[in-house]
Design a protein around this ligand. Structure first.
Ligand code: PXL
Length: 277
């Protein structure tokens, strides 16, 4: 059995965070483990806005020992880290245990929660974790933060950001443009969800049909978890990303509402493909 770990927050709503990761790992037939960095809840009395409860450093280190020293993994991903010590512990264990299949999802803000922005933490993620990452999976906002460029709105700007992010140490960069790129029509007119892959030399556009849905909670986590799963399975980086893009598209096609504010995709929709079963 191939083992895989997510170092991430727990999303009590089940749509994002380590819950999305574990569901995805399961679809790839992998044995998932978790190092919980924080618990994220959503406040029903306040438009489902996020509240975050970090776990203490000792608790996170104990989980890392259980996983890396006690078992070992074929691949690892990190998601919402939330504290400086979670960034540092991730760096420590990924490097000490020489995890080469490490996917960094540089989660910087939750949907609609700009106030959660923490520049120092974002800088620590860039400095300490980018050099260890086989793949980094920023959205447009995160790619701008990691590259130091201003708001990214076109494919050319994504390319520029990808180059800078690769120079900062990530081996492969996958920027999720989705429907937002204005040179391709913008949210109003795009019919494709368009992402960019950069391997340090060449660019590739990765596209699937755009799924017009608001039930997309956890899409970023699921995508990064699927890429990590592909790597654990022994696929190449590009193959892992291209497959993950199909996986998330299928998931989003089968999304559903949790309440009036938010709904997740459905990673289990993928099992109809019977690819790993
Ligand atoms: O989607 C980013 C994300 C990551 N991790 C956790 C989250 C969220 C967004 O809700 O709750 C734990």
């Amino acid at each position: 059995m191939l083992k895989i770990v997510t170092i991430a927050g727990s999303d009590a709503s089940g749509g994002a965070g380590l819950e999305a990761d574990l569901k995805t790992f399961e679809e790839y037939g992998l044995y998932g483990m978790t190092a919980v960095t924080l618990i994220a809840t959503m406040d029903p009395a306040n438009n489902w806005s996020h509240v975050v409860f970090p776990l203490e450093e000792k608790a996170l280190r104990a989980q890392m020992e259980t996983i890396f020293r006690g078992v070992g993994v074929a691949a690892a991903k990190s998601g919402m880290l939330g504290t400086d010590y979670a960034v540092e512990l991730t760096r420590e264990y990924i490097s000490k245990y020489k995890v080469t299949n490490y996917v960094l999802d540089p989660v910087m803000i939750c949907k609609g929660n700009d106030e959660a922005l923490n520049i120092e933490l974002d800088n620590a993620i860039a400095e300490k974790l980018l050099p260890l990452a086989k793949v980094v999976t920023p959205n447009l906002f995160e790619a701008a933060q990691l590259s130091g460029l201003k708001k990214l709105t076109t494919v050319d700007q994504m390319k520029e950001a990808a180059k800078i992010i690769a120079q900062k140490g990530a081996s492969h960069v996958f920027i999720k443009g989705g429907a937002k790129l204005i040179d391709l029509g913008g949210v109003a007119n795009n019919t494709k969800a368009t992402d960019l892959y950069y391997d340090g030399k060449n660019f590739k556009i990765i596209e699937e049909n755009l799924v017009k849905t608001t039930w997309n909670h956890g899409a970023g986590c699921t995508t990064a978890a699927a890429i990590t799963s592909g790597l654990a399975r022994g696929l190449g980086v590009y193959e892992s990303i291209a497959l993950a893009k199909k996986f998330i598209t299928r998931s989003l096609e089968n999304g559903f509402a949790l309440n009036q504010w938010v709904g997740p995709g459905n990673p289990s929709a993928w099992r109809k493909n019977k690819l790993f079963r």
